[in-house]
Design a protein around this ligand. Sequence first.
Ligand code: ADP
Length: 401
Amino acid sequence: MTATRVLVLNSGSSSVKYQLLDMRDSSRLANGLVERIGEQSSRLRHTPLATGGGSREWTGPIADHDAALKAVAEELAKDGLGLDSPELAAIGHRVVHGGKHFTEPTVIDDAVLAEIERLIPVAPLHNPANLTGIRTATALRPDLPQVAVFDTAFHTTMPEAAARYAIDVETADAHRVRRYGFHGTSHAYVSRATAKLLGKAPEEVNVIVLHLGNGASASAVEKGRCVDTSMGLTPLEGLVMGTRSGDTDPAVIFHLARVGEMSIDEIDTLLNKKSGLIGLCGDNDMREIRRRIDEGDERAKLAFDIYIHRLKKYIGAYYAVLGHVDAVAFTAGVGENAAPVREAAVAGLGSLGLAVDDELNTVRGDEPRLISPAGARVAVAVVPTDEELEIATQTYALVKR
Ligand code: ADP
């Protein structure tokens, strides 16, 4: 029997998201989520997509990632999709930080584990959780290839001019301070899907990808290769996000420390968790913000305007970086669903060839689609992202025999 299934695991510090795919036709067999690992009220939600059965939920204590993965394995086994199946070809892990080293998906061995561990200082929240997920899955199926797919890999093609901060080179290199970028799996998938939508090969087009979820990032993709992206050493840089500030003057930090007497940890929490849309107006869900704006709420309107202003600046910047742009693609929760964000982001950019057709922009759907007027110089598109499929595809390409 040929093994054609791939389990995709996205392990966070207190959660595990998973999806099981059959790579013969990229169909989803099951997906689910374990949340609040380590608490009394952990929750597992499992959806057996292959059998068409409804979701099953379970609440109770799940002590650690090991117990979480075993619970997932049990759920899968109930649908005849157990992890002991010979049809399982590999487990693909989302790994947030691959540094400069990992430019491609990589089969995990001890050396790879050690390198992911060495990167913990630049990804203190994410890489430890990813490592735990890998170790747990390896213990469960030691015979199976485990593949790491890095969020940073797609951005390793950035030229030094885009990847370096203008700070003392020795200091930067000693501490690996440079711009790595994140959401790379999504930027890779969406830029390719956009080329396909235009009927072109990825090497034939220049695309600006706007990944607008709770975390948000932009990238400039030239002929299939990333040449700039808005996130940097960490996912804090760049666009205004749900709870992150994005770009600020670094001196804001010195000022808050010296004058505001805040500790480094407090400022870290402020900029990562209490800023962005939630810091500006108390809400980080774009639906809620739009609802408040419709009711005349001034704070929500200002938060929206700041979000759009930053987005527009990045569209302009990446237009200049690329010189010629074939398409601007909106993706992720906000990008795929919030028509007013798309409309506002390109409003007034007609002289750059950018415009949105009001009617097309309000059409909803799960397929990639154009929202620019017919004959527009630059295509504006909505291209739903699919990070799990991309991780599974990259994983399977490495292990299939
Ligand atoms: P992440 O993967 O970063 O957690 P998502 O890509 O799932 O985030 O995006 C989540 C965000 O998408 C929500 O916080 C919300 O702002 C936005 N969103 C989701 N659905 C809609 C919608 N129908 N209209 C507007 N915004 C939406």
